[in-house]
Design a binder for this molecule. Structure first.
Ligand SMILES: [Zn+2]
Ligand SMILES: [Zn+2]
Length: 175
């Protein structure tokens, strides 16, 4: 866990996730929701959508906003994001209370298999380099490497890996 300021990290691949309410999104994205709960209701940061201080929260960690729609709030104190589901959800009968898993879960299907982690690497730059094209620069020791990728409308994904010894390899995947 390298960053509790942000509260998230990558697992072994392209699976960035949070372990705490990503309250920083309230400052980088204005007053937009910072998340959506699996019951469909939005999660806001420390302020209401109109910028006023957060109103009192119920045990689910949310409230009806301005007599309209329910929403949750993320805070820096227990229960941090969602105390309980306010909306009606279906739970997986194969999972026992109190840890019933909600169905359906969010999922993704990666277009390439997981590869070995780059031990000691830190990401130094991630930038848009064209239409559907990105470049990720990383550093190991004092050497830089790159993962450049782009994709087309036929869901072909093209990767160029330039490692820290300046050796280039390419790979192509189809989703
Ligand atoms: Zn994690
Ligand atoms: Zn609110």
């Amino acid at each position: 866990m390298e960053s509790w300021t942000i509260g998230g990290h990558c697992g072994k691949g392209d699976d960035y996730h949070y372990h705490a309410a990503p309250l920083h999104l309230s400052t980088t994205s204005g007053l937009q929701p910072i998340a959506f709960a699996l019951d469909g209701f939005a999660v806001y940061g420390a302020k209401e959508p109109d910028g006023t201080p957060m109103n009192a929260l119920d045990t689910c960690h949310g409230h009806i906003y301005n007599g309209g729609t329910y929403h949750y709030h993320g805070t820096g104190t227990y229960p941090y994001v969602i105390g309980a589901m306010r909306g009606v959800v279906a739970t997986d009968p194969a999972t026992a209370a109190p840890e019933n898993q909600i169905l359906p879960q969010a999922f993704s299907s990666p277009f390439r298999p997981a590869t070995s982690p780059l031990t000691g690497a830190s990401i130094t730059t991630f930038s848009l380099t064209g239409t559907n094209a990105y470049s990720l620069q990383y550093k190991i020791g004092s050497s830089y490497g790159y993962v450049n990728d782009n994709w087309n409308t036929s869901n072909n994904y093209f990767f160029t890996f330039i490692n820290t010894s300046n050796v280039t390899t390419t790979a192509q995947y189809q989703r």
